[in-house]
Design a binder for this molecule. Structure first.
Ligand code: PLP
Length: 403
């Protein structure tokens, strides 16, 4: 993988801040954007800035056609059978909420989550269970923070109707054994909703092979524009979901006392959509596919090993979450002795130009259960280099001396 060439596609990486290069390691929150994505968005605004579908003029036709191509690109990116299984959303949170709010649950039913869910999965699960009189159960991890299959299988009682699991965690980059999980869930007639926000940017998705029922991802973590996402809904389940956000674009016809919904995906895409960003997202997916997700994943693991090896030499280094770099994506979460995680992140930025995230990363429940205040999180991606990983290690070594 030619990282130098890749870096030349990213306008922000050509800039400096106060004479220092930008060492960006916060991609789990928001990835940087290549010019191909920016150009795709500009094309919409400059060439056909009109409505899709609703009008019969030429500009509208072009938007419609571009959206169709964009949906097709996303179908390929996730390995879906049909483009109609791709619902455009604003982000993973919207996709998770859409499924959880629309799924038929009632008193006596159960939703399972893991103990390392992002709030986007945990909080709607808690809320929906409460509203519908269902129960919400949390599957606890092993003591080394890996997935505990026995706990999961023990929790898979016949009343479990839906599991809402994170595919790869934003806490530490750990990927769950989703094949086994989905197999066991289906044996129990339980449907599976996967939060793939941290998987889609790094790992080749194949929803058909996984046989997952629903899967949500965010475009902005995979080089796409901000506020973009996709929800995969398996064709066989279109009618399982009762649309919860309805109105413009979701409806075929209405009278004063009745209405008929459109077929999916439009049934689930309420109101005028973010066309420019959808085209940008498709450009991002195309860009990643062209490089190859397998190459990107290997590159990140190589960088992760540099970080892990260097960090392991630091005496008061505490890894947060799973320690084995081969079990993680580009994420490393850590604390340096008793130094406050925000202070560490601030010094990294100010003294070394290294941009990392600090805090609880929207997984407050996990930190609260363990009495940990937070962590520093570096998240590396295809544009990061071995030299940058070494700067991160050096910065951590120096800052650790302040302890
Ligand atoms: C694992 C995971 N799930 C869900 C989300 C929420 O993503 P978004 O804010 O794009 O909806 C994130 C964001 O960091 C995440 O890392």
């Amino acid at each position: 993988m030619d990282v130098t060439r890749i870096r030349s596609d990213f306008p922000i990486l050509q800039k400096e801040i106060k004479g220092k290069p930008i060492i960006y390691m916060d991609s789990a929150c928001m990835s940087l954007k290549p010019k191909q994505v920016i150009d795709a968005m500009l094309e919409y605004y400059e060439e056909f800035p009109a409505c899709a579908g609703r009008s019969i003029h030429k500009l509208s036709h072009w938007v419609e056609e571009s959206r169709r191509n964009a949906r097709d690109e996303m179908k390929q990116f996730i390995g879906a059978k049909k483009s109609e299984e791709v619902v455009f959303t604003r982000n993973t949170t919207e996709g998770m909420n859409l499924v959880l709010n629309s799924f038929p649950l009632g008193p006596g039913d159960k939703i399972l989550t893991t103990d390392r869910e992002h709030n986007s999965s945990l909080v709607p699960s808690q809320l929906i269970a409460k509203r519908k009189g269902a129960e919400h159960h949390v599957v606890l991890s092993n003591s080394d923070y890996t997935f505990n299959m026995d706990n999961f299988l023990g929790a898979m009682t016949p009343d479990v109707k839906l599991i809402s699991f994170v595919y790869s965690s934003n806490l530490d980059g750990y990927t769950l054994p989703v094949n086994e999980i989905i197999g066991a869930a289906h044996d129990n007639d339980t449907m599976v909703l996967l939060d793939a926000a941290q998987t889609a940017p790094h790992h080749k998705l194949d929803v058909r092979k996984l046989d997952v029922d629903f899967l949500a991802l965010s475009g902005h973590k995979m080089l796409g524009p901000t506020g973009t996402g996709v929800l995969y809904v398996k064709e066989e389940h279109y009618d399982v979901l009762e649309p919860f956000m309805v109105g413009g674009d979701t409806v075929d016809w209405s009278t004063y006392d009745n209405h008929k919904f459109l077929d999916p995906p439009e049934r689930f895409e309420a109101g005028l959509q973010n066309y420019a960003s959808e085209l940008g997202l498709a450009a991002a997916a195309k860009y990643l596919r062209k490089i190859g997700l397998d190459k990107i994943e290997r590159h990140e693991q190589k960088l992760n090993r540099i970080v892990n090896d260097g960090f392991s030499e630091i005496e008061n280094m505490h890894f947060v979450g799973v320690k084995n770099p081969d079990q993680r994506g580009g994420i490393t979460a850590f604390n340096l002795g008793r130094l406050n995680c925000h202070d560490v992140a601030m010094i990294m930025n100010r003294n070394y130009g290294v941009m990392v995230r600090s805090g609880q990363h929207c997984v407050h429940s996990w930190f609260a259960a363990r009495g940990i205040e937070g962590s520093v999180r570096s998240s590396l991606y295809l544009y990061n280099t071995g030299e940058e990983a070494a700067v991160l290690v050096e910065a951590a070594k120096e800052i650790a001396k302040l302890h």
